[in-house]
Design a protein around this ligand. Structure first.
Ligand SMILES: O=C[C@H](O)COP(=O)(O)O
Length: 253
C-alpha cells in the first residue's frame, strides 16, 4: 500500500529564528490534527536540518528532508553535503532533481542517477522530481519526456531499490506561478508515470509507489488534487512557509 505524503520544500527561505517558529508550529499542528496515515515532511535549508530534526523526530508520522545532496561519498568537494552526513544528523529524505536544481545548477539525469544511488546506499528516501516546461507541454511528447526522466535516473535500480523511491511530478510551468495543473492534468500524468513504472517493474511495484504532485498546490486546491486516484500527496513550495496552510494541505486527503 503506497503512502500518502505531504512534503514542504522551504527552498532558500527563513532565518534560523523564523525556521524554528515555523517548524515548531507545524510539529504541534501535525501531532494534534493530521491523520497518522499521512506522512508529513519538511525540507528546510540544510543549515537548519540538525536543529529542526530534534523537533520532527518527536512525531511518528513526520520526517525531515534535505533539498539536495552531493553525488560523491566524501572528500575534497568544497561546499557539498554528503548523504552520509545527512543520515548522521537524522534526516529521513532527500529531494533530488528539483527543476530549480536542474535549471540553475545544471543537474543532469546522469548526475541524478548517482545521487539516487548514494541516497539509497545511506538508507535515506529520495524524493525524485520530474516535470516538463510549458513549451514541452504545448508540443508533442511531453508525457514521454517526463517518463524519460524516470527511465534515465531511476530505471537502473533493482525493484527492491525502486520501491524505496518517492516520485514528485512538478510541471515547471506551475511552480511558484499560481498556475496549478488541473486535477485532470495531474491525474493523467500520474497515471501515465505509474503505467511506465509498471512496464519496468510490474504492477505491484507501481501500485506501491507514491507519486506526489507539486506546483502551486495550496489549501484551496489540495483536496481536489489529492482525490485523484493516482495522486498520493504533494510537494509544496510557497504554501509550506505558512504553518496553518501547510497543515491544512496535509489534512486534505
Ligand atoms: O518543491 C516545490 C515546488 O517547486 C512547488 O512550489 P510552489 O508550491 O511554490 O509552486
Amino acid at each position: 500500500m503506497r503512502k500518502k505524503i505531504v512534503a514542504g520544500n522551504w527552498k532558500m527561505n527563513k532565518s534560523m529564528e523564523e525556521a524554528l517558529i515555523l517548524a515548531s508550529e507545524v510539529v504541534h499542528m501535525v501531532k494534534d490534527e493530521v491523520n497518522t496515515d499521512v506522512q508529513v515532511i519538511i525540507a528546510p535549508p540544510a543549515l537548519y536540518l540538525t536543529t529542526l530534526q530534534k523537533h520532527t523526530e518527536a512525531v511518528a508520522n513526520m520526517g525531515i528532508a534535505a533539498q539536495n545532496c552531493s553525488n560523491k561519498a566524501s572528500g575534497a568537494y568544497t561546499g557539498e553535503i554528503s548523504a552520509s552526513m545527512l543520515k548522521s544528523i537524522g534526516a529521513t529524505h532527500v529531494i533530488l532533481g528539483h527543476s530549480e536544481r536542474r535549471q540553475y545548477f545544471n543537474e543532469s539525469n546522469e548526475v541524478l542517477a548517482e545521487k539516487v544511488n548514494i541516497v539509497l546506499e545511506n538508507g535515506l528516501t529520495p524524493i525524485f522530481c520530474c516535470g516538463e516546461t510549458l513549451e514541452q507541454r504545448q508540443a508533442e511528447g511531453f508525457l514521454e519526456f517526463v517518463a524519460s526522466q524516470l527511465t534515465d535516473s531511476l530505471f537502473h535500480l533493482s525493484a527492491e531499490e525502486f520501491g524505496k523511491v518517492v516520485i514528485a511530478y512538478e510541471p515547471i510551468w506551475a511552480i511558484g506561478t499560481g498556475l496549478t495543473a488541473s486535477s485532470q492534468q495531474a491525474q493523467d500524468m500520474h497515471a501515465y508515470l505509474r503505467g511506465h513504472i509498471a512496464g519496468k517493474y510490474g504492477q505491484e511495484v507501481a501500485d506501491n509507489t507514491s507519486i506526489l504532485y507539486g506546483g502551486s498546490c495550496n489549501e484551496k486546491n489540495a483536496e481536489e488534487l489529492f482525490a485523484c486516484p493516482d495522486v498520493d500527496g504533494g510537494l509544496i513550495g510557497g504554501a509550506s512557509l505558512k504553518s496553518r496552510e501547510f497543515t491544512n494541505i496535509a489534512k486534505s486527503f
